[in-house]
Design a protein. Structure first.
Length: 277
């Protein structure tokens, strides 16, 4: 009798484990709506460079680095991370940057800042930037398969541009080496909206829009950032995403170390590895 009872108990235990297995597996499945941490590493493509105006004793001119460097797509690194510290609250962080340079013999004089670059000078154009952003996001509508949120935060854009020409390569138009550079830090606050939807069991769609116009102190300008992406997340530590982003910053600055303007719009595709846990 006891043998039959023990045998029945073993079968009951095995059945319970089989019934519980799907629930255990479900608890271990990734969910971009519920997982506390998310990390994305990838690349992005850009098809434009900034236009920088630098005022100085030589005059005021806008240098279109997109035209001078030659434009073209370039791929760079990017990181995005978020921490959902409560059901409706999370912090988001992103950082990305790129650099490009080119030498070109100019056919028109360029007066930039305190320096003049004459016709026929072989000028080296350098441009580099990085953007760091941090925002707080609150989900004001939350359902089983989607959520809508509002966010507020800060975008910090750092950009450097320089022009250099050597007298020996100027065809006699320069008597000495000349150079001019500009460096700008533009901390601009942003407010925005975000939506996240579960399309299928493993497929997620996210869209964000951020904007801010600011006129205070030494800064007068605006920032816009729009992004949409689709992520396939079959496992917590294995996800692949593609997306598209358009980023615009237009700012006038009157400071001792930079007096001029920055006008820049970049847009391009993204591809990234995603982990959610």
């Amino acid at each position: 009798m006891w043998r039959e009872i023990r045998k029945s108990a073993r079968w009951a235990s095995a059945a319970a484990l089989l019934l519980a297995a799907p629930a255990v597996m479900a608890e271990g499945e990734p969910s971009l709506l519920n997982d506390r941490f998310e990390l994305a590493l990838g690349t992005f493509g850009i098809n434009s460079q900034p236009t920088i105006e630098l005022n100085g004793s030589a005059g005021s001119a806008k240098v279109d680095f997109d035209r001078e460097i030659g434009g073209g797509d370039s791929f760079r690194g990017r990181i995005d991370a978020q921490w959902r510290f409560a059901e409706r609250h999370k912090l988001q962080f992103s950082a990305f940057g790129a650099s490009q340079d080119r030498e070109r013999r100019i056919s028109e004089e360029i007066d930039w800042g305190d320096t003049s670059f004459p016709v026929d000078a072989l000028v080296k154009f350098d441009s580099s930037f990085y953007v760091i952003a941090g925002v707080y996001d609150y989900s004001f509508v939350r359902r089983d398969t989607w959520e809508l949120g509002a966010n507020i935060g800060l975008h910090w854009t750092h950009l450097e541009g320089s022009l250099k020409a050597k007298a020996e390569n100027s065809g006699g138009s320069l008597s000495r080496d000349v150079s001019e550079s500009a460096s700008l830090d533009a901390p601009l606050p942003v407010i925005g909206l975000r939506g996240l939807w579960s399309l299928t069991h493993d497929l997620w769609f996210e869209a964000t829009a951020q904007y801010f116009a600011l006129s205070i102190g030494d800064y007068d300008g605006n920032l816009q950032d729009y992004r949409a992406s689709v992520t396939w997340q079959p496992r917590k530590w294995l996800g692949i995403g593609v997306g598209y982003e358009r980023f615009t910053v237009d700012v006038d600055v009157e400071k001792d170390d930079f007096n001029g303007s920055l006008d820049w719009t970049y847009d391009g595709p993204m591809i990234f590895y995603n982990a959610s846990f």
